[in-house]
Write a protein that binds this ligand. Structure first.
Ligand SMILES: [Zn+2]
Length: 265
């Protein structure tokens, strides 16, 4: 890991999960990227969730320095993940701007696709990621044991549990599989003490930050529309939880993101 330089006043941050490809943000992509730069958030992953958003992620990454694409079908949209869609995804992830596969996983809260359909799609995403040697961004909502079992069976060790909202014990089990743990605005919510307790057990070389914009805006913007610049507030809150300087955490999370998604530090 890079050594933290305490003389460095400005430290660049990396939002590893944002949706400028979402209808709410897509109309004004350059403005959101510009504002992120004002907060020195210089890199971000645009994460796809269906066919259209994957196409948009590629388009945004192509047009902007420091912006990368991650492509997949989120669990809620897996009814549309046909064999043809899987084949298209397999082709799209060969694009040099693509740094990961996802978001994929299981969501038993919204339950818009059957558990069998979700599991089959999740397994297919993991197989594509493995074949392409790309990391996976994993979504888990109310499906811990199935998500855990599927990752374990796949033998995948390069990935991240996105917007982690589980217990310290669950975080530990994912860490033991080789996963990174990414914290979003959820970790800033008053009632989320368990999530902050989980953050404390994550090794510093496995921790990442994200916004999941336009959703999950951190305190003090909770309930408002989120955007990549606001990962700054996730970093502020998490640094306080971990009792380390925010510049150091910004540096650590950027370095971890580079190692996982870009294969360099
Ligand atoms: Zn997301």
């Amino acid at each position: 890991m890079a050594i933290y330089n305490s003389n460095k006043k400005l430290v660049d941050g990396y939002d590893t999960h944002t949706h400028l490809n979402d209808d709410q943000l897509f109309h004004d992509v350059p403005a959101y990227i510009g504002r992120a730069h004002e907060f020195r958030i210089m890199e971000m992953n645009i994460v796809g969730f269906d066919a259209q958003s994957n196409q948009r992620a590629l388009q945004i990454a192509e047009a902007h320095e420091g912006v990368y694409a991650v492509l997949g079908f989120q669990p809620e949209d897996t009814n549309d993940f046909s064999d043809a869609a899987a084949q298209t995804l397999g082709e799209q992830i060969k694009n040099p701007n693509v740094v990961g596969v996802g978001e994929t996983g299981l969501d038993y809260y919204w339950d818009t696709a059957s558990h069998d359909v979700q599991k089959a799609a999740f397994e297919k995403h993991l197989a594509l990621a493995k074949a392409a040697d790309l990391p996976v961004i994993i979504h888990n909502r109310d499906a811990f044991s199935d998500v855990y079992d599927i990752i374990k069976q796949s033998g995948i060790t390069k990935g991240v549990m996105h917007s982690f909202s589980g217990t310290p014990e669950q975080a530990q089990k994912f860490i033991d599989l080789g996963m990174h743990i990414s914290f979003s605005g959820v970790a800033t919510f008053k009632k989320a003490q368990e999530v902050r307790d989980a953050a404390k057990i994550v090794p510093l070389d496995r921790i990442l930050v994200e916004t999941d914009a336009p959703y999950l805006a951190p305190v003090p913007y909770r309930g408002k529309q989120n955007e990549p610049a606001f990962v700054k507030f996730v970093l502020d809150s998490l640094a306080e939880t971990l009792d380390i300087p925010v510049e150091k955490l910004t540096d650590i999370t950027r370095t971890n993101g580079h190692r996982l998604f870009l294969n360099h530090e």
